[in-house]
Each structure stands twice: as structure tokens, then as C-alpha cells.
Design a protein around this ligand. Sequence first.
Ligand SMILES: Nc1ncnc2c1ncn2[C@@H]1O[C@H](COP(=O)(O)OP(=O)(O)OP(=O)(O)O)[C@@H](O)[C@H]1O
Ligand SMILES: [Mg+2]
Length: 518
Amino acid sequence: MKTFAEFEISKEILKAITDMGFEEATPIQQQTIPTALEGKDVIGQAQTGTGKTAAFGIPLVEKADSNNPQIQGLVLTPTRELAMQVAEELNKIGNIKGIRALPIYGGQDINRQMKALKKNPQIIVATPGRFMDHMRRKTVQLKGINLVVLDEADEMLNMGFVEDIETILKEVPTERQTLLFSATMPKPIQALAHKFMSEPEFIAVKSSEITVPNIVQEYIEVPEKQKFDVLCRLLDIQGPELAIVFGRTKRRVDELSEALSKRGYGAEGIHGDLTQSKRDSVLRKFKEGTIEVLVATDVAARGLDISGVTHVYNFDIPQDPESYVHRVGRTGRAGNTGLATTFVSPREISFLKTIERVAKRKIDKKPIPSFAEAIEGQQRLAVEKLLQIVRENSLKAYKAIAEQLLEETDSVTLVSAALKMMTKEPNTAAVMITEEAPLRTKKPRPEGSGGGRHRSNKGRSDNKSDRNDRNDRNDRGDRNDRGDRNDRGDRNDRNKKPRGGSNENFGNKGNFPKKKKK
Ligand SMILES: Nc1ncnc2c1ncn2[C@@H]1O[C@H](COP(=O)(O)OP(=O)(O)OP(=O)(O)O)[C@@H](O)[C@H]1O
Ligand SMILES: [Mg+2]
């Protein structure tokens, strides 16, 4: 294992990384940081949650000059929330060196962004649509940019963003360095990437599986009608610290979050039709633990790093294996463990097989949990809570009254009553969830064949609103964001489309260095 001191990086950055609690470099960091520092173009691929942000962030900040008022680095991300998160991490890496990263994304007041741009940040982290908007307004200067990063590159290139990325890269100086990172990098996307890069080195951390081994992965075969009750039972049994439930469409997300709230869970939804301030507040509440269930479309599938996410539920099976890999990757990050459960309706089993083949791992079948197990689960949680209070040993004020109670009632009855009071009884309040048709079976395609270089918007133009959903491409009139590509009207259309084949070499072996406790 390499420590960061072995890289040729400045003392300020080293100190910042130590302050962040990083001691050893992760495998992808070990392999890509020296190459990127040499100035080479890199395509970096490693499993979710293994530190790709710092893998490109450290060279990016190292190369930036705090005395130069120009924008020197540009990072493009597929979603707004990811842009914010990446900017935050770059600011942590760069704070001692005096390097500032500014997030620029749709849904945020453009005048505010213009003001912030005037303060000369060295690095911009942006969604493509909004960045192009600033280019047109000439509120960003591109001539000083010498390093461009495409985070979640396959996602951006695959989803018809190619034109946007091309437009941006055409205006950035050609003698720049380009870095591409993602946990999935289908071969056709790699081929496409070469268009933007000069003799890139492809660095993929070898692994037999493309998801980290510390995510336990299970599926439950469940008819559409029963999915919601099964989800509630799982939440009761498993008692996640924080959980993300992925649904296929925005309507699904709205209905699920409402239904979960009705049944007494702290849940809210996030998708591309919400205002940015709503998206921000939902995500903030989730990070703080004010709500424990985040219901989301694929807008939250890529890159988001939220500590405490112990469970991921695919309420609807994702439509392609890449999406599966990224969704389940919201848990089990930075060496932590996680559990991912996928609901598969009987007619969707073939999709599961494709996922297993591409992810190169078996997903274990679990039975539908019973109502009795849900009750048991809640009782167990109540017992844990009770014992926790015992351990905290702050019961002095209650002892006298407890002794008095024990004179009148026997201890077993009293403890049972306390447990009953603390147990959340499974709630069966009536809820409304519109049924979704199962995914349509498509002809299996040979792995790696890809079929089409990238998906253009042609062929999907029958669904105009869908275009607004992709990234911030329509940032001008922008309300929507990408990740919600699987919106109602979009679903069937999308099923027919070829998808880039998946690559074989992914990720590391999960030997994640520990973060130092601060
Ligand atoms: N060297 C390190 N030591 C300890 N923790 C680290 C190290 N590098 C990164 N981390 C932490 O690991 C977590 C995951 O990192 P990051 O978000 O960069 O993963 P990723 O590979 O980009 O995942 P994804 O594919 O989902 O985008 C973050 O919380 C980050 O702070
Ligand atoms: Mg990432």
C-alpha cells in the first residue's frame, strides 16, 4: 500500500489529504495519480466508492496555480448534486494550497453564478448544459483550461451528451490533459472517448467482480402488487440507518415517498421534476438523518457519496447492468458494508440474469419476508434501543419510580410493556401505488458488442420532455435534470435501444484503506 507522501505532490495538498483522514491511497489512486501527474491522458475505471474523486482531484489541484486568476481545470458531471459534491471534495483538497473549485449547474440562479465566477475560481465543476450556457454568455474564459475531467464519463457520453461534450471540448485549448473516470466503462464508450483524448492510458483496477465484495446483493421475486408491502417489511426487519429506494419513474418516486410517509417512515423523494431548492433540501435532510429513506430515480444513482447508507432497494429492477452497478454502489463505500436488494417481478427474471452476467456475480435469491418477521424485526430494534439506553446508564431519575412500579407489577410484564411501547407495529395504512408494467424483454446481446457508439436523441425525439431530463442539456429553460431518463413516456422507447456493452475489467478487490478516525 502506498501512502500519499510517496506521490510527487506539494506539502499543502498532503496536509489537506491527511486532514481529510486519508492515510493510504486506494488502488485506483495508486495507479492513476502518478500517471496523471506526468501529464498523460487517463481513462480510469474502478468500483464504486473506491476514491475516484481524489484520484483525479489530487492531480487536478496539484497542477492548478493559485496565483493564476484563470480557470485552469474543468470537471463535468452528469448531475447537479454530483457537481456540488465533487466541488466540495476539490475544495477540501485545495483549501491549504489556496485552490478554489466552483460548482456551476442548472437550477441555480445564473446571476449568482456569474458573480461567483468573477471571483476567479481555478476549477469549475459543472453540468454540461449550464456550462455551455456560460460559454455562450461569455461568462467563462476557457483559454486557461489545461485539464478536463469527465466524471461518470460513460453516463455522459452514452446518453446523447456527446454533442454537448464535443462543443465544450472544441473550445477548450487542444493542448490540454483529459481524464475520464467511471466504475463502468463499456467498450464502445472507451472507443468514443479516444476522440477527445490523446493516447490515453486505460487504467482499470483488476477485479473478478465489478461491484465491491462488501455489498451483499440479494433479489426477491415479487409480483408488482406486493412490492410495496414487501418493501415495508424489509425496512422493518432490516432497520437501515439510511436507505435509498430506487424507482423507475418520477411518478413512482412521488407515490412511493408519499406511501412510505403514510406508513410512518421518514421518507422523501428526489427526481428531476422537483425544483433545485427542493432537491437540495431533501438531500440535506437525508444526509443529516432527518429522513432515513431517500426515494430516487436514477438521478441519484451516480457518484453520490453519502455516509451511513446501509441499504439500497431497487424497487424496480434497473434497465441496464450499468445502472444496477451504480445504484447498488451507493452503499458499501469506502470499505463499509452494505446490503442491496432488488425486486424482480416474475416476468423480469431474464433482466436479472443479464445483470448477473455483466456484474459477474451471483445475486442470491431471498424469500418474501413474512408479516411475522416484520413484527419480530421491529421488536428486535426496540430491544436494541432499550439495551442502548441501559448502556448509556443515565437512568438515575427513573429508578425510584421503577422500584415503586415493581412493587405493584412483575418485572416481565413491565419490560414487555416498555417494549410494546417502543415497538413500531407494522402499519398497513392503505396507499396508492400505480402499477408499472414489467420491463420488456429485449434480445440478449453479446457482451462488449455495444451496438451503436452512443445513443443520440434521435429515435427518442417522440418524447420531448425526455430531452429536458437529460443532464442539464436544456439548461436554458432548464428545470429538469438527467437521471430521470426513465420517465413514464420514455420507458418503452428506451427498452428498445442498444446499450454499450459492458467491460470485463473493473474495480479493485475491495482492499480499501482505512480512513483515520479523527
Ligand atoms: N485514500 C482514501 N482513504 C480513505 N478514504 C478515502 C480515500 N479515498 C477516498 N476515500 C473516501 O471514500 C469515499 C468514496 O470516494 P469517491 O466518492 O471518490 O468514490 P468513487 O470511486 O468516485 O465512487 P463512484 O463510482 O460511486 O462515484 C469518500 O467518502 C471518500 O472520502
Ligand atoms: Mg465518483
